[in-house]
Design a protein around this ligand. Sequence first.
Ligand SMILES: Cc1cc2nc3c(=O)[nH]c(=O)nc-3n(C[C@H](O)[C@H](O)[C@H](O)COP(=O)(O)OP(=O)(O)OC[C@H]3O[C@@H](n4cnc5c(N)ncnc54)[C@H](O)[C@@H]3O)c2cc1C
Length: 461
Amino acid sequence: MPQPEHQPQHLDGTLLMRDEPRYEQARLDAVWNARKPDRYPDAILLAGSDDDVVAGVRWARDNGLKVTVRSGGHSFVGNGVRDGGLLIDLSPLRDTRIDPAARRVWVRPAVTGPEIDRLAAAHGLYFPTGHAPTVAIGGFILGGGYGWNSRTFGPACLSIRAIDVVLPSGQLVHADDENHPDLMWAARGCGPGFFGVVTRLELELYPRHRRILRTTQTYPMELHDDVVSFLCDLLPATPAAVEMSVKAGYTPATGQQAVSMTCTAFCTDETGYDLLAPLETAPFRGQAIRASVNTETSMTELYALADALTPKGLRWSLDGIWCDPPARQVLAAAAPLVSAMPQDSSFLFWMLWGHYPERDNACWSVQAPIYLSPNGGWVDPSEDLAHERWVHGSLADIQHLSRGLQFSDNNLADRPDDGLSPANAARLETIRAVYDPDGLMRGYMTPEESTTALARSATRR
Ligand SMILES: Cc1cc2nc3c(=O)[nH]c(=O)nc-3n(C[C@H](O)[C@H](O)[C@H](O)COP(=O)(O)OP(=O)(O)OC[C@H]3O[C@@H](n4cnc5c(N)ncnc54)[C@H](O)[C@@H]3O)c2cc1C
């Protein structure tokens, strides 16, 4: 570990070495999840400026340390917290700027969705931010970014117009589609394997919806397969402005396990109350335990609902696979995920995505109509293994159905899967070799680095 006399001088922020009192709190704070990784960086830099990031990268390079990054700390596996090296924590940087006429916003990576939404809403504009209000834009957007109304505007990464990046060389560069287009290409979807420190993002904004409507129908768990199949059948004819998902698990409102389908419609002047009408044609509609139909809502309410689904303070384990229809085949294979679901805050989540056109200027390249994601949420550390088995082991058992993963929910160390198409994964490594020939930036996490109970157990099933 480098000696204090060799530490960078004149920082705007703070560098915490491992033996300093505030180090451990900074390490814990770097991970939103209550299930903290058992990994220890040599040092944590709470960056106070772009210059700090440059100084940190150069210091790490000069001292033979690898570099990792934390923006909002929402990586479920604590991807930024690795053994050894320097963790550059960007959370102190929060400034934003908007140009409504140009429909652009400039944000630091640790800025959250509601902060961006407030800026945009003041000018009748919109950006597809993450569902939960605490999710920062940095890791969210690099990993694709499936936000509110993303079926209309695409995964958020496609709306990055430019980035400022500190390269492994220690140089701060501005990248857009003309300057460093290969960096831009990688930033649009390569997830937690990016080979630079993004310090600022320029994002495109869109005309804002006129109103948001929402229908939720809750049914007994026995109807799980019917509910999922029904929405899968509706999906091809459903306008992109309608976001459809299913949550199966314990439902506080009913005090029992239940399955809820929720559809959110982002209406313009031309589209309105009819968008959610097809939901009322469900053949099992009469068996609903609860329903709220076409209720007008707001982004504030939507963020609050998402927050309640995955509250802070629990131990969370997530994973997910993209799947192709037919739904019945996926459901048959996924049956153990339903029958073995832990009876706590854990739930099974289905997102009906459809398809969004891929672009040559983005490495984002893995999608399928259906996304299946077990969300394990619990309190007692002694239950880690059971939950991690339910989440990762169950998906490993149906790996043959996977068309790849979402980097947002990834746990590459406990269930390796494809986050990019083979061609884009190969191109990414070619670009990485140019920008980071010495491997300064820690890339994707490997199974050897996992500290989960699953990784420590004899088998990963
Ligand atoms: C409660 C909750 C709700 C969520 N909801 C959604 C959702 O609706 N849609 C969705 O798509 N995802 C969602 N996610 C997943 C989320 O997008 C990812 O966990 C994402 O990584 C979070 O970004 P972050 O900056 O907070 O993560 P961090 O943990 O700070 O970063 C994760 C990794 O991303 C990379 N990274 C982050 N910032 C930078 C940077 N500035 N420069 C270079 N690399 C960087 C690094 O490899 C870093 O280790 C949710 C997560 C949680 C915990």
